[in-house]
Design a protein around this ligand. Sequence first.
Ligand code: NAP
Length: 260
Amino acid sequence: MSFAQGILKGKSAIVTGGATGIGAFIVRKLGALGANVGIVSRKEENLVAAVKGFKESDGIDVAWRTGDVRDPEGIKKAFDQLAGDIGGIDILVCNAAGNFICPTEDLSWNGWRTVIEIDLNGTFNCCQAALMHLKAATDGGRIISISTTQADFGWPGAAHAGAAKSGIQNLMKTLAAEWGGYGIRANWISPGPIEGTEGVDRLIIQQGLSDEVLKRVPLGTFGQGEDISNAVVYLSSDTGRYVSGAGLVVDGGSQWARGR
Ligand code: NAP
């Protein structure tokens, strides 16, 4: 699938967790379609290596700042600086997340709290930090949060992440209602299992669950990073201008095949 060349020209986008996995696919696509892109996450070495890769393999200049989405003041500072580098913030992609598998009866308070703080509180912090810039976006700011199909079901072994992602989806609905008056659209994407990512490697392949998971994907394969980045482009360009408070499921149909 391809979008018109330069469809995002003149737009500025921040992608949290944009150095790795799905975030990096999103950065590549937004940059290839003309957006100025900035990325934020905790590890400088990841950011520096990713920016070098974006330049060498895609010819894209990407700005970066370190920042922890759990730290509201730090993330505001990083966003303000990045906005200076890339010319504002028209598009915010809340992609940063943490997760690990643990049965709920063994889940420590610290484990629960950490995932809620990164995923849910971190998304809240990023939306607030970007608000001033999103309000100034010429064609209406866009917030796109990366959720998961698991947020709509129970998620045995990941109560923390399931609760956080459900919370994110509700936050997007509320922001669509509250910030629509500023022209801001707030939506989320629910990916199924995406090949070549930390999520699939650690939570599915290393757990020996590949066959079991693929049995429940009607289209028969893991998704590709591009499947998610294409959805981001749809929601962040003029094509998605009347979509707000909505979730876009990109999972090969697996949410409807859970009983298989
Ligand atoms: P990933 O490569 O591990 O990406 C997570 C990113 O978040 C990393 O770049 C990490 O960078 C950053 N991050 C983590 N904690 C942070 C913090 N406190 N502050 C700032 N940045 C932080 O994982 P992924 O599999 O691509 O997942 C990306 C998103 O897609 C997540 O929201 C995930 O829930 C969602 N998702 C993935 C799949 C899948 O199949 N992979 C399926 C459904 C949903 P640093 O370590 O440098 O901070």
